[in-house]
Ligand binder design. Structure first.
Ligand code: ZN
Ligand code: ZN
Length: 239
């Protein structure tokens, strides 16, 4: 609801992705061309059966999932981590445009709703953000997305289920090995009774190497979760 007040207070005069002039709002934050681009990209390439990564050479499973089965039983994204998906998440995250979570959450919920492998789901758990980014942004973008997904799918969310216990350096320039090392035991479940026996939908914004999703899934499974599925906004490409 508060989104719609924001629309009145701060009308948007350009597409949040390509900056095309026009009238935009929470329900319609980007232009039709950007929406069309997003729709076309979704099915432009085959994806890995397990992790949902876009496969540049085709096939049905990425190299990583072939080498080792991931701890989550399925991961899926709305689209590839390319424009306009990449820009939308940046605007949400770095420009603090929380209202974008409304549309993005609806699109993520749609992917979950339409993939029977995800179901049943008992609980939504967002990936916790670092203290530094919480301080900077004042909100956790995965929680904003998770809340919207929960509303759409009528599922409870527990944003406190996972806690970050180790601050990790910026992961952007790290190799996969460095990321895994940094993230090793970076999360914990405070109250295992809230997780035990549950089929969990883990929510993250972006899946590139998948290190965060894997580590969070492992932590939830160690705490007694029955299984973990992962939904992200955008996912990288691989072989
Ligand atoms: Zn646009
Ligand atoms: Zn894979």
């Amino acid at each position: 609801m508060q989104n719609f007040f924001m629309d009145i207070l701060f009308p948007q005069n350009e597409c949040c992705v390509c900056r095309e002039a026009g009238r935009y709002n929470t329900r319609h934050p980007w232009c039709n061309q950007c929406q069309e681009k997003m729709d076309n990209l979704r099915t432009a390439m085959p994806t890995c059966d397990y992790c949902g990564k876009y496969l540049l050479n085709g096939g049905s499973r990425c190299e990583e999932c072939q080498a080792e089965k991931p701890p989550f039983y399925i991961a899926r994204a709305v689209g590839p981590y390319e424009e306009p998906y990449r820009i939308a998440i940046k605007v949400l995250k770095f420009l603090g445009r929380r209202q974008l979570g409304y549309c993005m959450g609806i699109m993520m919920a749609e992917v979950v709703r339409e993939e029977p492998l995800f179901w049943p789901i008992n609980l939504i758990v967002p990936v916790p953000s670092s203290k530094a980014s919480m301080k900077q942004r004042g909100f956790n973008q995965t929680e904003v997305l998770g809340q919207q997904i929960g509303k759409c799918l009528k599922l409870p969310i527990n944003a406190e289920a996972l806690r970050r216990i180790k601050e990790t350096p910026s992961q952007r320039e790290c190799t996969r090995e460095e990321r895994e090392r940094n993230l090793w035991r970076a999360f914990e479940v405070k109250d295992k009774s809230k997780i035990r026996g549950k089929s969990i939908l883990l929510v993250d914004d972006v899946y590139t190497t998948g290190s965060t999703s894997r580590e969070c899934s492992r932590t939830l499974l160690d705490a007694g979760a029955e299984r973990v599925g992962v939904i992200v906004w955008a996912i990288g490409t691989g072989y």
